[in-house]
Design a protein around this ligand. Sequence first.
Ligand SMILES: Nc1nc2c(ncn2[C@@H]2O[C@H](COP(=O)(O)OP(=O)(O)O[C@H]3O[C@H](CO)[C@@H](O)[C@H](O)[C@@H]3O)[C@@H](O)[C@H]2O)c(=O)[nH]1
Length: 913
Amino acid sequence: MQHKKRGRPKLREKRVYSSNEHTYEILYGTIQEPAIMTKNTPRNIIPNQQAPPFHAKTPHSQHKVTIPSITNDTKRSSIISFVHESFESPYELPTQSTRATSSPISEINSLTSSNNTDLTIETVAALPTVQLSSIPLTSQPLLFNYSNSTPSSFTPIANTSHSSPAAPQQESPSSLTIILSMEVCCAKVSDDTIKCWGYYPQELAHRSFYDFISPKDTDRLARLHRLLIDNAMNVTKSHQTGEAAPLPPTERTTSLLFSYTAHSQLNAIANGSRSFSDTIHIKKSTGEYELYKVVVYIGGGLGADLYDASTLSKQYIVAQFKRHEYEVIVPPPQAAASNVAPQKGITSIPTFRDETPISADDLVPYYNSIIQPIAAFSPMSPLTPTSPTNSSSLNFGGNNALPTTSTIHRNSGSNLDSFRRNSGFNHQPSISKPNPSFAMTLPSASPKFNIAPTTNTTNSLFSRFQPTSSSPQPPSSAAPVHMQSSSMTVTHPTQQYFLQTSSSTLNAAASAVQNKSRSSIPSKETTVAPPDRKIEMMYIMAEAFTPNKMGAHSKLTVEEYRARKVALITGVTGQDGSYLVEFLLEKGYEVHGIIRRSSSFNTGRIEHIYRDRHETGVKFFLHHGDLTDSTCLVHIISKVQPTELYNLAAQSHVKVSFDMSEYTGDVDALGTLRLLDAIRTCGLTDRVRFYQASTSELYGKVMETPQKETTPFYPRSPYGVAKLYGYWIVRNYRESYHMFTCNGILFNHESPRRGRTFVTRKITRAVADIHLGRQECLYLGNIDAKRDWGHARDYIQGMWLMLQQDEPDDFVLATGKTYTVRSFVEKAFQKTGHTIVWEGEGVNEVGKDAETGKVLVRIDPKYFRPAEVELLLGDPTKAKTALGWEPTVTFDQLVDEMVTEDIKASLNDSKLM
Ligand SMILES: Nc1nc2c(ncn2[C@@H]2O[C@H](COP(=O)(O)OP(=O)(O)O[C@H]3O[C@H](CO)[C@@H](O)[C@H](O)[C@@H]3O)[C@@H](O)[C@H]2O)c(=O)[nH]1
């Protein structure tokens, strides 16, 4: 699933903010409402503070939280420190006002490490006073210790009317609700996102919500996510006796119902379930971040049954966001030092300190302590108690530490009770109140509760949740969920269809569709997913091309289509490609070439041909592409609509193929297949003639001499083997799909444009440089290998001829003469007046200048190949007979031309290639 790539972030990331949002540092604590010090407040580091294992629900009132401030902080650039933590939340979203008792920023800045000072933050929300433990200075944000001994010291303060510097008055709504899948992807999005965050709802739809929060808050969202999932699992576990609760499957929960069920109804369905809260920075469309309080709880419905683990994935997450409003008053520095002693009875929970690795298991006690069955007060639950407990008592039993997590396993079936027994953690966690706006009539039995029935029981279902008249937020769930016909087609992108289709295929489809006006794509094809998705997508692509070129050409007969004379060449920047471009342009073709993207210039051989496409009469075009990328191949072929396709691209160096065998196979073998498939995909099977650059390397350890079309193949390198695949897939597609595909089995063909790592060019360039005094010696490998060398320009014509025949076939192109590398060396040096005499044997053999005795040629075993092709000699009879093709350049002429050109190139220090 694409969105999963972004994935659930690691819990532990660096906490120091340093992005375009602000520069500040989060201090993790678990006061019920986040306490925030904002802009221009020096960064405060609150060490050794432990978050409470949960937060007991208390009535909303004003309380004071005392936080020690830290002194001598050298990182003055930090702007904001605040404390927030995932915690169980009341359903409502009370506006929070937080302030610290007065202390100017300058005073805080002047504090020293030996003069720790408490910073008191008072919150309007209901909170016990938190006494902080001692403060060994640390640069890491720590969690609070939380003591049950302090509730009596709650200090209500007068409500403050200070406005938040970080939350200026805005006209946009300050709250909104989003329905998320259980994988935290946006399933249904409030229209208010445009006003609040600047996004159209469609921009969020089906995307991971992680995309829209500050990267530094991903761990917070992850924790909320974890809490919800654990909660759901706990419920399931407790009702599936003897069975370990499995994790919900990671299938997306988006469904038709999200599309056709009102937001308010989805929201209301889950009303009353357990909720958790945190503060999270939302990344707005402007790139700015804004702090929101988010309350999340699990919604039901869509066929879900809370007590059936198999339906866990059909739950969804209701996320309510409210712009966080706060204010800060900094306490005087001298108020600090007294409240730093650690207190007995403090229960610490695992912290998220950067320096202390924490495992998921470390969190189990914490989760267990705060998680209650979400079914307890959920309308989904048949077990909702009739008189929920409101109270919350804390008794930490004097334990200062949680039990080892080895005894408590999230999924091991251990339960909260045993944990409490073992740990002395005798807390009866608070239980979310049911929303008072609901008067529920619950069944005595435990029927499965399906919010999304497929029958018209929907009405009766919702009749159980009639809102009271006094409800401040009457849910609209009284109205039935409007079910849609199951035959309805759906196109939203989270369908399994899309999940199971490779991204490259989808991309290909998308880019192809760009070439087609939407209206011309039959709606049937865009909305119905046939079994074979890839093929279907390809058909869509092929269909998509019709308005552009194929549309114009589709009415042409095959002959008329071919008369357009449009050639597409892969490997256009190579020796053969460059000659072929010239040849085809000469013949009146429109020529398109595919070039690989490269950070260095690789177009030296075609620069003299290329003209800007804005000039008039341009018939040569280049396209970026790669044989390893079928998407781009489909795209290019669809655009170019070639009549002839020449596949000259390859990793063509035999020696290199031993070092890069997989890549060679990918490009040379599968690349050929991709091209052929791309032609078919574009619906051009009977219109494109295909030339494959096969090679005499297929003969390898030759089975007969000379080699002809019928000689058995015996490749001797990864290159040869890959080319063998190419050869056979070309024949196979010819036979299977009646494509006009030809293999040109070309023996070595050289020219001044030959790459300098191939032996002929290596020799002629060295001869030129030695002749000009620019090089001392030429190092070679096996100089006794024999090759049938022709001139590339001759062979280009042979390629073209193959595609002009009535029937596709395979042809050998060769000179019928073979020479050793040694002979080539001698001939080349002869051109510059040096006669080579050979002395020694094997790797010690050297070639000396007969006149001066200077060693001009040496053997370097590094150029030996693991398996050598010793002899190649082609029989071009068939080509001569069927094509009328004959080589025109002799061996002597070839060497002469190459040496001459290399002397020129050396003189000019040409960067020809
Ligand atoms: N490249 C190279 N080859 C050397 C050297 N010394 C000796 N040789 C020998 O020279 C012969 C020719 O080598 P290359 O010029 O690299 O060509 P190739 O291996 O025959 O392959 C070329 O021709 C094929 C057609 O038969 C093509 O398919 C292939 O892509 C490539 O162009 C080989 O037997 C090789 O071992 C050296 O220093 N470099």
